[in-house]
Design a protein around this ligand. Structure first.
Ligand SMILES: C[S@@+](CC[C@H](N)C(=O)[O-])C[C@H]1O[C@@H](n2cnc3c(N)ncnc32)[C@H](O)[C@@H]1O
Length: 241
């Protein structure tokens, strides 16, 4: 079951409007170029912002995400017809031989269940050609990002054309490391509807991620910083030998 912020049609429709600054994707565009990727699989593609950016550069892209409402937003995006969208996860892929698999915006942390994490790493590996790379980020637990997930720090009112103004904020629900649960609340001024979305994410230690990757046959080439969030993220650059 997808979290409501990705899977509820009314929330998926405003997801990009509530988070319009996607400077985080620049580093991934640079990596696609650095690795000369011509075919990319974007796992956890969400509303398809990154997959569409790649397709606009002439790259062949498959985007997969279990949240149907987000995949529908992705499909309807201008240029969306250039991407092959799949509603599902890394176990639902057709045979592929891509140069690069990506998981942007902390998708890795949204994959909480250990079996689903194993399935994702296995599915990505099978989708890669030998020599192809899997790149993804995960928040460094040492930075305790959840301490900033408060109403005070996140409250905002966003004016969305055709929707009206939407109040939104996040609140921490529970910290039971490695799991952290938080709740987004959305209030639509147009009709007064209030929707909430609960999410649980897993904070994995650097060594744990590296161990999981090696166990699945990957070579960990590098662990980089995210240029837009210095010191906060672990960006894994891995290769299928
Ligand atoms: C924070 S969003 C990021 C979406 C997109 N990558 C982006 O950059 O906008 C996390 C996404 O992970 C997806 N997700 C959750 N579990 C997943 C799984 N097992 N496999 C693939 N994607 C998953 C969610 O549905 C959601 O769209």
């Amino acid at each position: 079951m997808a979290d409501d912020c990705f899977g509820h049609p009314r929330l998926a429709a405003i997801y990009d409007r509530l988070d319009p600054d996607r400077g985080d994707l620049d580093a991934y565009l640079c990596m696609a170029e650095e690795f000369g990727a011509r075919r990319v699989l974007d796992v956890g593609c969400g509303t398809g912002v990154f997959a569409s950016l790649l397709a606009g550069r002439g790259i062949e892209v498959v985007g997969v995400d279990p949240a149907r409402a987000s995949v529908e937003v992705a499909r309807a995006r201008p240029g969306g017809e250039r991407v092959r969208w799949i509603c599902g996860d890394a176990t639902d892929l057709p045979p592929l031989r891509v140069d690069l698999v990506t998981m942007t915006a902390n998708v890795a942390q949204a994959i909480v269940d250990p079996q689903a994490w194993d399935d994702t790493l296995r599915g990505a590996y099978e989708a890669l050609r030998p020599g192809g790379r899997l790149v993804f980020e995960t928040r460094d637990p040492a930075r305790r990002a959840w301490e900033e997930w408060t109403r005070e720090k996140s409250y905002c009112v966003t004016e969305i054309p055709g929707v009206g103004s939407v109040e939104s904020w996040v609140q921490l629900v529970e910290v039971r490391r490695p799991l952290v649960t938080f709740r987004w609340t959305y209030v639509f001024a147009a009709d007064g509807q209030t929707l909430t979305s609960d999410s649980t994410v897993r904070f994995r230690e650097r060594g744990e991620v590296a161990k999981d990757l090696v166990a699945h046959g990957y070579v960990v080439e590098d662990v980089r910083d995210a240029p837009d969030r210095p010191g906060r993220e672990l960006v894994f650059v891995t290769r299928r030998p």
